[in-house]
Design a binder for this molecule. Structure first.
Ligand SMILES: CC(C)(COP(=O)(O)OP(=O)(O)OC[C@H]1O[C@@H](n2cnc3c(N)ncnc32)[C@H](O)[C@@H]1OP(=O)(O)O)[C@@H](O)C(=O)NCCC(=O)NCCS
Length: 205
């Protein structure tokens, strides 16, 4: 096998249609790594990661498919996806909340006049965990929130064992969260977006 034929992406030049050909198709190469807000079309990929990360473990997940679509329709700008060669490998979904602390309603509502981003879920695809991706995605998300003038805080609820992870991301534990899901209890954690002047100065906003 020649060196060229061993590389399936390289076609000999004479196979290319001429530049003026109306049928000429531009070859799109998917970016190795891309960060972008999610759209409702990403809902299935999001749910696939959730299914493995949560449903296979506990039988339930933070957002069901209809809720993913709901938030990605209402506030896609509060989501962030990490794509590797076009494939979703990690994501965050948030919505706005307008109370001091989270309550059961926060699980399903988006309060457009709120100043707090409630992070419903952060999940990394199984094969990409423990590589720093969760931390990096959260870091980029918080930096991005610094650019949204109406956002003052980011808040989330997590199980005890993830408190060290979110503390490393800059969140402070507020204590037990009043929200429970089945028999699960959570710690509520807060990140002062407006308190991080350094990040704001360096985020290019
Ligand atoms: C939690 C999660 C988002 C972390 O992402 P990640 O890319 O694997 O994490 P990173 O590589 O950036 O950081 C690793 C750190 O995460 C923490 N961590 C991750 N999973 C953990 C777990 N199951 N138990 C305890 N700590 C955990 C540890 O602090 C670890 O630090 P260490 O390497 O010093 O042990 C990812 O493991 C995941 O998607 N888990 C399933 C879904 C989930 O639980 N999401 C959070 C609740 S919404």
């Amino acid at each position: 096998m020649s060196a060229i034929s061993a590389l399936p992406f390289l076609k000999p030049l004479h196979f290319r249609p001429p530049r003026s050909s109306p049928g000429r198709q531009r070859r799109h190469t998917l970016p190795a790594s891309e960060f972008r807000c999610l759209t409702p079309e990403d809902a299935i990929s999001v749910f696939e990661i959730e299914r493995e990360a949560f449903i296979s473990v506990s039988g339930d997940c933070p957002l069901h498919l209809d809720e993913i679509r709901h938030f990605l329709n209402l506030c896609p700008e509060l989501s962030l996806g990490w794509f590797e060669e076009g494939r979703l490998v990690a994501f965050i979904i948030g919505s706005l909340w307008d109370q001091e602390r989270l309550s059961q309603d926060a699980l399903t509502l988006h309060k457009p006049h709120g100043t707090k981003v409630h992070i419903h879920v952060l999940a990394v695809h199984r094969t990409f965990r423990q590589q720093g991706k969760g931390f990096i995605l959260m870091w980029r998300y918080l930096q991005y929130l610094c650019c949204l003038p109406y956002v003052r805080h980011a808040t989330l609820m997590c199980e005890d064992f993830l408190v060290p992870f979110y503390s490393k991301c800059g969140f402070k534990a507020l204590g037990p969260c009043e929200v429970t899901v089945g028999s699960l209890n959570f710690i509520e954690m807060n990140y002062a977006v407006r308190g991080h002047a350094f990040m704001r100065r360096n985020s290019g906003c």
